[in-house]
Design a protein around this ligand. Structure first.
Ligand code: 5GP
Ligand code: 5GP
Length: 241
């Protein structure tokens, strides 16, 4: 049989910017989230919690644990809101069938997060908890360095420094990275699609303390040729009509 995959090194919380996702794909509405109208998310939403290796690779599809929606029935209200699917696609699962966005994330990534996260319910609960802790209540330290801390979402952290979602403005990628670094105290990684911010990755040690998102020993950032982002990027809104 296939050798068991070795234990992962760190977690990557992958967040998506709905405006860009909605712009680039044929999008559909899920129960409580839609690209347009009053159900359009106004924050980064969750893509997944991904166990990764320090060398830039990652394990996938680690056990034969099939997704079971019943196991997370107590979390679905929160998941519909903060981890919605905005795509019309039914992604493939690890076993050749098609399933929901949640089924895909659990089977592909969640099953590789042992021994830290051991079952489906813990995977979704843990992901929501770190999202609440670091996105919705990201600590923001004031410029005057007083120990005053305010709690706000990543998008608010960006708004504070003038990076307001817009279909016409472009902002320096380095400025966005620094604003998040100042609040998160570790270096994030940003993925772009056609010059728009598509994903924000926040990385964590196995005890969920923030760490830099790195590949090998190189901070994969603005200076890396692997970055998909230009020097100036946009944070588009949802309506393009
Ligand atoms: P893309 O090619 O769109 O960047 O990524 C496609 C898929 O590959 C992602 O949805 C995710 O499942 C996986 N993937 C991409 N980058 C990473 C990563 O850095 N870590 C992990 N664990 N998976 C990734
Ligand atoms: P990954 O990129 O994690 O390997 O794959 C994500 C899969 O889930 C893709 O097949 C994608 O079409 C599907 N999907 C369904 N809803 C969403 C969504 O809201 N965002 C993203 N990124 N993928 C979604």
């Amino acid at each position: 049989g296939r050798p068991a995959q070795r234990e992962f090194d760190y977690f990557k919380l992958s967040l998506q910017w709905p405006g860009t996702f909605c712009h680039r794909t044929r999008h559909c509405c899920s129960k409580n989230a839609c690209c347009r109208g009053s159900n359009a998310p106004t924050e980064f939403t969750i893509h997944g919690l991904w166990p990764d290796y320090n060398d830039g690779t990652w394990p996938a599809c680690c056990t034969r644990s099939n997704f079971d929606e019943k196991e997370i029935s107590s979390l679905t209200d929160a998941l519909e809101k903060y981890w919605p699917s905005l795509s019309c696609d039914s992604p493939s699962t690890c076993h050749g069938t098609r399933g929901s966005f949640w089924a895909h994330e659990w089977e592909k990534h969640g099953t590789c997060s042992a021994p830290v996260v051991r079952d489906e319910y813990s995977y979704f609960l843990t992901t929501l908890n770190i999202y609440f802790k670091y996105n919705v209540t990201l600590k923001f330290y004031c410029m005057n360095n007083q120990s005053l801390t305010r709690f706000m979402a990543v998008s608010k952290v960006l708004n504070e420094v003038g990076y307001v979602p817009s279909n016409t403005e472009k902002y320096p990628l380095g400025g966005i990275v620094s604003a998040i670094e100042n609040a998160f105290h570790a270096t994030p990684f940003i993925v772009c699609s056609r010059g728009e911010v598509e994903e924000l990755h926040l990385c964590f040690y196995k005890d969920f303390k923030p760490r830099d998102c790195v590949i090998g020993s190189i901070i994969q950032n603005i200076y890396s040729s692997r970055s998909s982002c230009p020097k100036y990027v946009s944070l588009p809104l949802y309506s393009f009509g």
